[in-house]
Design a protein around this ligand. Sequence first.
Ligand SMILES: NC(=O)c1ccc[n+]([C@@H]2O[C@H](COP(=O)([O-])OP(=O)(O)OC[C@H]3O[C@@H](n4cnc5c(N)ncnc54)[C@H](OP(=O)(O)O)[C@@H]3O)[C@@H](O)[C@H]2O)c1
Length: 247
Amino acid sequence: MKLRNKVILVTGSSTGIGQAVALAFAKEGASVIINSKSDVTGGKKVLEEIKKLGRKAAYIQADVSDEKKVSNLFKNIVEQFGTIDILVNNAGYAYGKPFLKTTKDYWLAQFNANFFGTVLCSIEAAKIMKEKGSGKILNTASVRGLPNTGREGIMAYSAAKAAVINFTKTLAKELAPQITVNAVAPGFTLTRNYGTYPEEVKQGFLDSTLLKRWITPEEIADAFIYLAKADAVTGEIITVDGGFVLK
Ligand SMILES: NC(=O)c1ccc[n+]([C@@H]2O[C@H](COP(=O)([O-])OP(=O)(O)OC[C@H]3O[C@@H](n4cnc5c(N)ncnc54)[C@H](OP(=O)(O)O)[C@@H]3O)[C@@H](O)[C@H]2O)c1
């Protein structure tokens, strides 16, 4: 798919990986909708950066794990942009807890943020894409969602990202041939989330990779741009992890 003038929603794009993905699509000539749950300041900053590139853009605040808010988000997009061509389900966060201290509410909160947001936005986007006969859905998974690299302290997050990976592959079957569905599984990518980690823990993360360095959000964005352009690829998970899984 050529990206110029395509309409793209990147959920969770006020900062971090989502911000880099939104900017990368804008540089390719796309119209971009930026979203976050509560970080309005960050979202508007990204909006200004994209407008400076001369692209059409909007910031829409919405909690993507809330069904009603997701429905309104897509109504708003159709009103402002007429359609949606590419959905990037990126919103999410990892909140750790020792397993024996976890509760159903904790597990639900992690699944709401990391899995149900992806499902709800995919339903709304697929309705529009099916009707016009084309579209792409791209998900942010995680190396923690792959079979052997879930992390004990963030087990609910790992399970939710495993669900995203299974969902990506099954949705690719469900929505073919008009719509492709793929995911990127990032490894240790330097965003605000590592700000509070002690230096030795961060070094331990990097030592557990082959390349011994952080992945940049822009390197994750490159994988999304590839998947957005690739018309022959569906049900694929691209791992961008500096060799973490291999090691
Ligand atoms: N960084 C890594 O090492 C890494 C590795 C593997 C996977 N990932 C995944 O990559 C994605 C982005 O991570 P990141 O490190 O860039 O995170 P980040 O810097 O914390 O950014 C997360 C973004 O998601 C938004 N968000 C969170 N919950 C939301 C919700 N319910 N509705 C709408 N927006 C929501 C946040 O906005 P608010 O602040 O307003 O909530 C923010 O814009 C996540 O899915 C994460 O699990 C990250």
